[in-house]
Ligand binder design. Structure first.
Ligand code: ZN
Length: 80
């Protein structure tokens, strides 16, 4: 994958495999090892064109076979 230089700091953007959190309504989906562009200077992420739509699609249709993990959820009104 080829990316333009970072639009914030002009750093080089390179493909890295990262974990992407996708929130849809009250649900949180986590995708591991997703290849995205990451600025080597400021860390800004660049998602190649159809990637997010593709993840959306997976989240909606391919829940079978997904590993479900528990995440802590806090209500700030009660703890703050
Ligand atoms: Zn940058």
């Amino acid at each position: 994958m080829k990316f333009d230089d970072c639009e914030h700091c002009s750093g080089k953007v390179r493909t890295k495999r990262v974990t992407v959190d996708l929130r849809r309504g009250t649900r949180l989906y986590i995708f591991r090892n997703v290849p995205v562009g990451v600025c080597s200077k400021c860390g800004e992420r660049y998602y190649p064109g159809p990637l997010l739509e593709q993840l959306d699609e997976i989240a909606q249709h391919a829940v079978d076979g997904a590993k479900t993990i528990k995440v802590p959820a806090f209500d700030y009104a009660q703890v703050g």
